[in-house]
Ligand binder design. Sequence first.
Ligand code: NM2
Ligand code: OGA
Ligand code: ZN
Length: 377
Amino acid sequence: MSLFKSVKVINSGKAILVTRIDGSSIRYHSTWLRDNSNDPKTRDKNNGQRLISISDIPVNTYIKYASLDKDGKNITLNFLPKKKQIKFSVKWLETHAYDKKQNNSKVWIHRDLKTWSQATLKRVPIISYKLAKSNKKLFLKWLKSLHCYGFAKMSGCEKKSGTVIKIAKLFGYVRETNYGKWFDVKSKLNAVNLAYTNLGLQAHTDNPYRNPVPTMQILHCLRSSARGGDSKVIDGFKAALRLKKENKNYFNLLSKYCSRFEFKGKKNVHLKSRFPMIELSPDNELTAVHFNNRSIAPIIDVPYNDMPNYYKAYRKFSSIIDDPAMATTFKLAPGECFILDNTRVLHARTAYSGTGSRWLQGCYTDKDGLLSTILTL
Ligand code: NM2
Ligand code: OGA
Ligand code: ZN
């Protein structure tokens, strides 16, 4: 961490400019600094939450004096018109720097994430239920890889109904939906959802018809003696980036216009949503993929003139998703489960035969729990 060499007040106190030992410099605004003060009147000492609101900071806040401590580790700022003296550590200022070049025109992926295809995810990160419970270090490593790839496996889980809830509780909270706290994925008569048949399912994200979508899913295997029923997972971010590379216009169409999704259950269930198939944040971070051929509803947010190309883009994206080179394929054995980031990783299954049995149990949970567990372990 480079130390600061000097600090000076600029722009009539509306900002400071600090110069580093290496000669480079960086600026911070007075209102931003005042807002981020860490004194006990600004933030509660007990819980760290902010006690003030933005209206408590005068519009004409400025810095009268700024000085660098002798050891170069802190700077002291004197604010006016509301008199206040605040210290900031140089280290804190460096980690929260915002005066830097930003490239907002590029689609970006958070640096903690790594995209993958069949070739790059040969070795699926895996842990046993027992180790997940008993070995903090290995468990944390596994959680981080789940976060990084949006996918991981667990082995050695109990082959008992309801175990999927125990797995979810290892790192988060179960999201109850109209399908229950957890659900049986089995072939049923008059199935309310095609997942509850023995048909193959094209790679998809679950519940795109629900807003907010469940951000994680767990599928746990209890029986798998039927022929077929293999699982496939695909990195939706990798697929989106491939689409962008192969046809930028198609990528733009799928991120610019919303698709529609809908699910009608038997009783008291009617879910509708509106999401782009490729979701970007305002600064062009790839934030989610919503893709499910079974639940897409009539698309009505694409202007007439763009509709033919929108369909071409949709078709192309679908063919990338179907490309075997994108997918990691495996067959779950009883006692195994996989966990995925449902905003990013798509899953599929091949059809299975009527002889033998196949029984999975699934549940939804959310990424906030996963991230919080990673940060606190
Ligand atoms: N189930 C398994 O999102 C979907 O409709 C896929 C979800 C029924 C909870 C299936
Ligand atoms: C699902 C699903 C896959 C499978 O339940 O959402 O996609 O392998 N199931 O049965
Ligand atoms: Zn599914």
